[in-house]
Write a new protein. Structure first.
Length: 221
């Protein structure tokens, strides 16, 4: 695909994702999504002697906790730091700073949006502790920004299209499973996660466009 066409498609994607987020946020604030959200969360819970529990075996619940940690600050911060240091040592300072700035700006954006919407967390039994408001999901947003940005860098450096697609596919897979784990564990409504994916993906595309603009064909950047 020609560069102009590819960039135009990226800009259109950003516009559509932001529009979708705005419409979803509006529906959420009016309470139109609550019935759908609660139905999904309740379907993931079962009653045992009057006490609600997550469906599925204990090992699956533990696996979900492990997966959800992939979108946590505890995991993402050192991951970004290690990769940025690697890029610096490899002589690619602009790539390193692009990764750091996209990750930091994504975290700031998540904090601002959470404070603005201030949606309470789901009022059901959850399998983990939470400390912030619900909309949008910070785990979904941050994992989308960071994993997709890393995947984009890998794709740009890949020697073949198949490897580039593989890198992006792995990044997308990690983003999706982190978001799904937040819903399963009962700490986020499905619309929280969807909103996080929308904003995270749009911001990752913005970061990709900026990277293309700063160093379009210089692998040493």
């Amino acid at each position: 695909m020609p560069k102009f066409s590819r960039n135009s498609a990226a800009l259109l994607s950003i516009l559509l994702l932001c529009l979708g987020f705005g419409l979803l946020a509006d529906e959420m604030r009016e309470g139109e999504t609550l019935a759908f959200d609660q139905a999904i969360l309740q379907a993931l819970q079962t009653s045992d002697g009057g006490t609600m529990h997550l469906i599925g075996p204990v090992w699956f619940q533990e696996a979900a906790r492990d997966v959800t940690a992939l979108g946590s600050f505890t995991v993402l911060f050192p991951l970004v730091a290690f990769i940025a240091i690697y890029l610096l040592l490899e002589g690619k300072p602009r790539n390193a700073w692009a990764l750091v700035l996209s990750s930091a700006s994504g975290a700031i954006l998540s904090t601002i949006l959470k404070s603005f919407f201030d949606r309470p967390r789901p009022d059901i039994v959850s399998a983990t502790h939470v400390f912030t408001s619900s909309f949008p999901s910070g785990h979904a947003l941050s994992s989308a920004v960071i994993y997709l940005t890393i995947g984009t860098f890998l794709a740009r450096a890949a020697p073949s299209r198949s490897l580039a697609r593989y890198g992006l596919a792995v990044a997308a897979f990690l983003t999706v499973i982190v978001g799904l784990s937040r819903i399963y564990l009962g700490v986020h409504y499905p619309t929280d996660v969807l909103a996080g994916w929308m904003i995270g993906l749009s911001w990752a595309i913005v970061c990709w466009l900026v990277a293309e603009w700063l160093f379009p064909s210089n692998p040493k950047a």
